[in-house]
Design a protein around this ligand. Structure first.
Ligand SMILES: Nc1ncnc2c1ncn2[C@@H]1O[C@H](COP(=O)(O)OP(=O)(O)O)[C@@H](O)[C@H]1O
Ligand SMILES: [Mg+2]
Length: 275
């Protein structure tokens, strides 16, 4: 679905922001890109979206080179949810917002089909359609932006810090909806996220970046348990992973309070003396 081959990119007059990055993602994967500020995460997802083209190397989306494909082809396949929903919302009602996105990407389809798709997605997100986006809360506006992206039914969903500025419940709302889409429609998700707890809860694979380079690519749990890697990338792993590492032998599989407590209880029942 996504293939980067030795991709490098520099913004005008700057050193490389992405250097020699290669990886590929299959349909239905849920990948997080991790790294400190300035590591090159946003640049990488913009390259995947085709907003910018590599200086060298190739970005292939479903086999098509982004340097050669058209904006409309890519918009049909790739949805991009920004950190700030207000960069995406431009209409006065939620219904118009969703229709606007649909018309711009699926304008070749019949108006009735677009209206029907709008009704479907409004219902799915529990919007009436008459809401005015700018009178909604930040979390609700992020849901409007997500709804209008999902309306188009992209094959790839890119999220750049989707939960920044949201409270815990709003974050769960958004992330659960994204997970459903990933699991039910096999949409490939690539997410840049600063919240390592969210990464642990939702992503399955992680790419770790530092200084524009890809340092590691692997399962989220294995990545978080690699202390040297976390240090090199200036990432603080989720608290429960940190705790399980400190607890040591017997706690390797633990990544939540539940699994840690259960491991202690099992050890007691088994009569083992845990330090
Ligand atoms: N629009 C831009 N123009 C010039 N330099 C940029 C621009 N966007 C990012 N950079 C630079 O590219 C590097 C990587 O940035 P970015 O991809 O935004 O990192 P991240 O998302 O990991 O914080 C940084 O050094 C940053 O200063
Ligand atoms: Mg960024």
């Amino acid at each position: 679905m996504i293939r980067l081959e030795n991709v490098s990119f520099s913004y005008r007059g700057q050193g490389p922001s992405v250097q020699n990055v290669s990886f590929h993602a299959e349909k239905g994967e849920f990948i997080a890109i991790l790294g400190a500020n300035g590591a090159g995460k946003t640049t990488t997802v913009r390259l995947i979206d085709g907003l910018i083209k590599p200086d060298s190397g190739k970005v292939l989306i479903h086999g098509a080179d982004t340097a050669e494909s058209s904006v409309s082809e890519r918009a049909r396949r790739v949805g991009f949810l920004f950190q700030n929903p207000d960069r995406q919302i431009c209409r006065n009602t939620v219904r118009e917002e969703i229709l606007f996105g649909l018309r711009s990407v699926r304008g070749d389809e019949k108006e009735e089909a677009l209206q029907a798709r709008t009704d479907e997605i409004l219902k799915d997100f529990s919007f009436t359609g008459d809401e005015e986006p700018f009178s909604l809360s930040r979390g609700q506006r992020q849901r409007v932006a997500l709804a209008s992206i999902l309306a188009v039914e992209p094959e790839i969903l890119i999220l750049d810090e989707p939960t920044t500025g949201l409270d815990y419940l709003e974050c769960c709302h958004i992330m659960d909806r994204i997970r459903r889409m990933n699991e039910e429609q096999q949409v490939t998700v690539v997410m840049v996220c600063h919240d390592m707890e969210v990464v642990l809860d939702y992503a399955k694979r992680a790419l770790v970046m530092a200084g524009g380079r890809l340092l590691a690519d692997g399962g989220v749990r294995e990545i978080f348990r690699d202390a040297a890697l976390m240090e090199a990338a200036s990432i603080l792993p989720p608290q429960m992973i940190g705790l399980s590492l400190r607890l040591g032998k017997g706690f390797e599989q633990c990544d939540s309070t539940d699994t840690i407590v259960q491991t202690v209880l099992d050890a007691r029942r088994g009569g083992a003396k845990h330090e």
